[in-house]
Design a protein around this ligand. Structure first.
Ligand code: ADP
Ligand code: G6P
Length: 498
């Protein structure tokens, strides 16, 4: 099925990410800890490799425990998710003081790095206290990673473990691990992947401790980004801030007597899983309506306010869509302790109210706005039955929603994807309609064009889009990462880079 393990493996992989691939919840009745699986594509691709290669996942369990030594529960026997086979001994939880974790996660990660790396410096706050918390938490992650490294080494003494650190929450972890591993005489390879954009030099240097970030990332042997632009920004920063010798053509950075590989590794989705979900999901109950769909975490980088305004403009300019078209916006609550996110929630509530108040007729409302999570089945049904998907972030590392929509387009005739040029996904999905979310008027025109596009053009565009995503799925990405590390083990043995 779509969840089956890929025919690739890597012995003794240690994955390090802010969140574990499941969260822990306490059962109110029994008082026992239980696992709650996450549905993300990353987990689908990476968990089987960790399970198969007897690796370990290091991360935050999503709960602050009074006793940090309380054991991690095994998975429920009925669990069919990709992490079901992950034994509790393959999980190393990271626990931190509540206040320090808050300064790290809400403060530094989501109050500073998130906006800055998305080129929105005005939204970023710079605080020495939060940075200190970030350093502290990264140090704790490094300590736990070292524990994990020793464990996998014990289990499989002949393997050279691969450590894979993920995302902006853990950019300065690597050097502590490298040092500790050297002192313990353990050889390992280290890779880092950034899931968000890497900004240009003149934005990056606004962060007062930016050199430390670069040095942290360069602690790895390979640093991966979604697209080449982010790679080049990183290489540029290494040269201009640290004075490193760089090779832009081969994407290499020299640092501390080592040569660090920089690689574009665009992430994909579990394509077949979404096809299967779309094939089995119930019909969406919005009869005789063309659905214009948006699916996002409620985040200011996603361009939701601009999107609603573009839809309003569409109804003003092309009243023939009134009572015929419904915008369905699903917004998942996210980072609700951060002020910027609370303000966006208010703004969205008001804007949806205003537009609906303005256009609603006795039989119809223009916008259906769901503030919450939907199940994977429902999500696939929305993707499948939508006439148009609006993926219009102001800035986005990749954007998986665009890819999931395309995978679920199994109806004939298919729908139309509209994508922003400021998302990594826009780089490669050439057959989508492109729309600059800042240009409200033009965005309204593009939505109109999508809604009225002839069937053969829709089919042609969607066929190309689907073909590409089917090949470049998340397992392909996993394989590319291992190849870039020189650690891909196929059925026929080990492959290494020249
Ligand atoms: P980001 O990583 O910034 O949240 P992406 O578009 O890359 O943005 O990934 C979002 C992921 O969250 C997708 O896999 C998508 O299916 C999932 N998702 C988004 N909205 C919802 C929702 N309302 N309910 C369930 N899953 C959602
Ligand atoms: C983005 C980031 C991830 C993060 C996710 C959800 O995709 O790249 O690292 O996990 O958003 O955000 P959260 O703050 O809830 O983990």
């Amino acid at each position: 099925d779509g969840n089956s393990a890929p025919a690739i493996s890597a012995a003794s992989m240690v994955v390090v990410s802010n969140r574990l691939p499941f969260i822990l919840k306490r059962n109110e009745q029994t008082g026992q800890l239980e696992r709650k699986a996450s549905a993300g594509g990353l987990v689908t691709a990476v968990a089987p490799v960790v399970i198969k290669g007897k690796g370990i996942w290091v991360g935050w369990p999503g709960i602050h425990l009074d006793d940090p030594n309380e054991p991690i529960p095994e998975s429920d026997p009925k669990d069919r998710t990709p992490t079901a086979g992950l034994l509790s001994k393959q999980v190393v939880p990271v626990h931190c003081d509540r206040h320090v974790f808050d300064q790290y996660y809400n403060g530094c990660c989501n109050g500073t790095f998130w906006p800055l790396f998305h080129s929105m410096p005005d939204r970023a706050e710079f605080s020495a206290d939060n940075w200190r918390a970030y350093v502290k938490v990264n140090q704790e992650f490094a300590r736990k990673t070292m524990e994990a490294l020793e464990k996998v080494k014990e289990e499989n003494p002949s393997a050279t473990p691969t450590i894979w650190i993920h995302d902006y929450q853990l950019m300065i972890c690597a050097n502590w691990v490298r040092q500790a591993a050297e002192e313990a005489g353990i050889r390992c390879k280290m890779g880092f992947f950034l899931h968000i954009p890497f900004p240009p030099w003149d934005i990056f240097r606004l962060f007062p401790w930016s050199d430390e970030i670069l040095q942290g990332m360069l602690g790895c042997d390979m640093v991966g980004f979604h697209i080449e632009d982010y790679c080049l920004n990183f290489v540029d920063c290494c040269q201009r801030r640290l004075g490193c010798r760089v090779d832009r053509k081969n994407l290499l950075v020299e640092h501390g007597g080592r040569s660090v590989r920089v690689r574009p590794l665009p992430i994909g989705i579990p394509f077949e899983r979404f096809v299967q979900l779309a094939e089995s999901a119930n019909r969406v109950m919005l009869t005789n309506q063309q659905i214009v769909l948006g699916v996002d975490r409620l985040d200011y980088t996603k361009g939701l306010v601009h999107r609603l305004k573009a839809f309003e403009r569409l109804l003003q300019k092309y009243p023939q869509h009134i009572e015929k078209v419904t915008m369905l916006q699903i917004a998942v609550p996210s980072r609700t302790d951060v002020r910027e996110y609370q303000e966006l929630k208010e703004e969205m509530d008001q804007l949806v109210g205003r537009i609906n108040g303005c256009f609603t007729t006795p039989n119809w409302s223009p916008i259906r706005y769901i503030y919450g999570c939907v199940s994977q089945d429902e999500l696939a049904a929305f993707y499948r039955d939508a006439a148009v998907a609006l993926v219009t972030p102001l800035r986005d590392g990749m954007n998986l929603v665009a890819k999931e929509f395309v995978a679920c387009q199994i109806n004939t005739p298919p729908g139309v994807l509209i994508v922003s040029p400021f998302a990594g996904a826009g780089e490669m999905m050439h057959e989508a309609l492109v729309c600059n979310p800042y240009e409200i008027d033009d965005a309204a025109e593009v939505i109109h064009r999508a809604l009225t596009m002839p069937e053969d053009e829709r089919t042609l565009r969607m066929n190309y889009l689907r073909r590409r995503e089917k090949v470049h799925d998340v397992n392909y990405w996993m394989r590319s990462f291992l190849k870039a590390m020189g650690t891909l083990i196929t059925e026929d043995g080990e492959e290494t880079l020249p």
